[in-house]
Design a protein around this ligand. Sequence first.
Ligand SMILES: O=C(O)c1ccccc1N[C@@H]1O[C@H](COP(=O)(O)O)[C@@H](O)[C@H]1O
Length: 208
Amino acid sequence: MNPRTRIKFCGLTRHEDVAMAASLGVDAVGFVMWPKSTRSITPETLEALAVRVPAFVTRVGLFVNQPAELIEQCLPYLDLIQFHGDESASFCHQFGRPWIKALRMRDDIDLHHAAAQYSNAQALLLDAYRPGIPGGTGETFDWSRIPATLEKPVILAGGLTADNIAAAVSQVTPYAVDVSGGIEASPGVKDAELMASFVKRVALAGSC
Ligand SMILES: O=C(O)c1ccccc1N[C@@H]1O[C@H](COP(=O)(O)O)[C@@H](O)[C@H]1O
């Protein structure tokens, strides 16, 4: 039996969206701590949201080339750190907290090399590449570029929606999927129906 595909919702900014994600059985909720994002929140808002996340839902903090001091400040409210910039493996590993490394799928990327480079990561998150934008572009990439076997669990991201998630899961069989723009009504504001249909389609895709 295939294990179920885990789900992370990212870019949450409101209590009601966090509560909806948890009630849908989502595995992880992501908070964007990078201030240039339209979905960013402050450390104070992170605390307010994170303390109300129910047990066994993983709280993920997303950072892009940010100072270690900011990450340390957020750590009490995070279970996992998502590094979405050009952070080195040693930088990522210094916080004594599980972490994942986002990789943007540039044409010349070598995922086996990256898996060795980030050997202490819990997983690699694969996102679309657009020059000058670190992530959250709402764009997909060519999933056939993902090797059938990789030394790290794959979290598939980039432009996922209720409409393409079944194809993504069946083609890639990722460990987990991560979605932000595809469940939004507007930046940082999630749509309850889109959230519900995304979760339903992932479950259906896994049972085929
Ligand atoms: O969401 C953002 O604004 C963001 C900013 C900087 C780096 C990453 C960001 N989001 C992450 O990007 C992927 C894909 O998002 P989308 O589904 O295509 O909108 C996902 O991991 C987000 O968490």
